[in-house]
Design a protein. Structure first.
Length: 477
């Protein structure tokens, strides 16, 4: 007798962004067939401009690559240990960025696209899934990101009877390097920090006097902004990606303590004078011909962007490869709607991954795609998989999303907010380090540094144990 039960031996991944690409890769590498559904170029979004898989639509930075002292750097290391395609392609297409891991966005997307197309167990289907997936798809990962198409978003909303959380996200402009006046600007990383593939002089810096800074802030505040549609008027911003003019609205000195802080930098053109504020640009492609203005996400109209940003010393004649923009992001109330394995409680055949789940950032999105892929692969093989330890970056982020860090009575509240990985999500250490290796006592900031390093060391040890106890056993079976 032929069973009418949903088929789980093939995993369907909807969405070819970072999370969907990583999920498909993990499933296929576990020996399970995958169909990756991506609607571009048949249907584009407000923010994408290519049909490439894992296209980066905002910054080209994966942020800090310091695994010993930074939570996102630790997440990088954990993903590499788990065979992440996203991290492999990022490493292969890195561009200098001080202590950060930044990538040539076109080279990165091309590498991910090529790897997925070349995998024998992955089929890429260029078609929109307009509504809920067919009922016979019994093992589905929805990784459509914050720009989920309206028909699918509406279907999910009806299924859950839950309003999604919506946030605005903004895109920074990109400048042609040869249009930057290097008699005013200079190359230097903050504190001369050398990062992956970098030299310690990886950013272009544009200095401002107090008068120039005050004029720039005034121009930002006066510039014409994108009008909101009626349905957008009550949508808040995500604090990790505020438009530069919104930061300026929070106070005249806000930018000087944010993306325009003048610390750790010395102007070789005028070394005795300290700049009042500094605008930084970071390399955006491998050729080094394009640079994005760091922290300058914006909702200014295109004309206002060109006028205002050309008041920055060194950018008076800037030619823009891409101007900034604004798009609306949508997130689920995941602690209420998803179980511990990212499955929708209302329909467990649907598993969610990426920014839709309430993580913020490229790396975080890809990491949740990674664990969703591992869960889906285990499901396809009729196996179970223990969650990664809560002491790891991956486990901590998963706990934030699924409510593992929230008391049961609070798991359904509306206080859930999208979040980047940070050490505040980690299970505390049993005891805090108090002494250095030489036996002397830790003082001041040394305690904070030692705590982060201890959290990172514990995370990597626990991750290795989890891989040996669960993933290697599953692979052998």
């Amino acid at each position: 007798m032929i069973s009418s039960a949903p088929q789980t031996d093939t995993v369907h991944v909807i969405g070819g962004g970072l999370a969907g690409s990583e999920a498909a890769w993990q499933v296929a590498n576990a020996g399970v067939r995958v169909v990756l559904h991506e609607m571009r170029p048949l249907r584009m979004t407000e923010a994408h401009r290519t049909e490439g898989l894992a296209e980066l639509v905002c910054s080209n930075s994966f942020r800090s690559d310091d695994a010993a002292n930074n939570a996102v750097g630790l997440l990088h290391a954990e993903m590499r240990r788990l065979g992440s395609l996203i991290m492999r392609c990022a490493d292969a297409n890195q561009v200098p960025a001080g202590g950060a891991l930044a990538v040539d966005r076109d080279g990165f997307s091309a590498a991910v696209t090529r790897a997925l197309h070349d995998h024998p167990l992955i089929e890429v289907d260029r078609a929109e899934i307009a509504g809920l997936p067919p009922a016979e798809w019994g093992n589905v990962i929805v990784a459509t990101g914050p720009l989920t198409s309206a028909p699918l978003a509406d279907a999910i909303r009806q299924l859950t009877d839950e309003n999604a959380l919506a946030f605005f996200d903004a895109i920074a402009p990109i400048v042609h390097k040869d249009s930057i006046d290097m008699s005013v600007a200079w190359f230097q990383s903050r504190y001369d920090k050398v990062g992956p593939g970098g030299t310690g002089a990886d950013y272009i810096n544009c200095p401002m006097t107090k008068e120039q800074y005050d004029g720039f802030v005034a121009a930002l505040l006066a510039g014409e902004k994108v009008d909101f549609k009626d349905w957008e008027t009550n949508t808040p911003y995500f604090d990790g990606c505020l438009p530069v003019e919104v930061m300026a609205e929070r106070g005249p000195e806000t930018l000087r303590h944010g993306p325009m802080k003048p610390v750790g930098l010395t102007n070789p053109h005028n070394p005795t004078v300290k700049a009042y504020a500094i605008v930084q640009l970071r390399q955006d492609n491998k050729l080094g011909t394009l640079y994005n203005i760091v922290g300058f996400q914006t909702k200014l109209h295109y004309g206002a962007q060109q006028r205002v940003f050309r008041t920055i010393p060194g950018l008076e004649n800037a030619e823009f490869a891409r101007l900034g923009g604004l798009h609306r992001n949508t997130f689920l109330n995941s602690p209420k709607l998803l179980d511990g394995q990212l499955r929708l409680r209302a329909q467990p055949r649907l598993r969610f991954a990426g920014q839709m789940t309430g993580c913020e950032g490229y790396v975080e999105s890809a990491s949740i795609g990674l664990i969703a892929g591992l869960y889906a692969a285990a499901n396809a093989r009729a196996q179970s998989l223990e969650p990664p330890p809560v002491t790891t970056a991956l486990g901590s982020l998963l706990g934030h999303i699924t409510g593992g860090h929230i008391e049961t009575s609070e798991a359904g509240t509306r206080s859930f907010q999208p979040m980047n990985i940070n050490f505040g999500l980690f299970q505390p250490l049993a005891s805090l380090p108090t002494k250095k290796a030489d036996g002397t006592r830790l003082r001041g900031n040394e305690k904070t540094v030692a705590k982060k390093q201890a959290l990172s060391a514990r995370a990597m040890a626990d991750l290795d144990r989890w891989i040996a106890d669960h993933l290697r056993v599953a692979a052998a079976a």
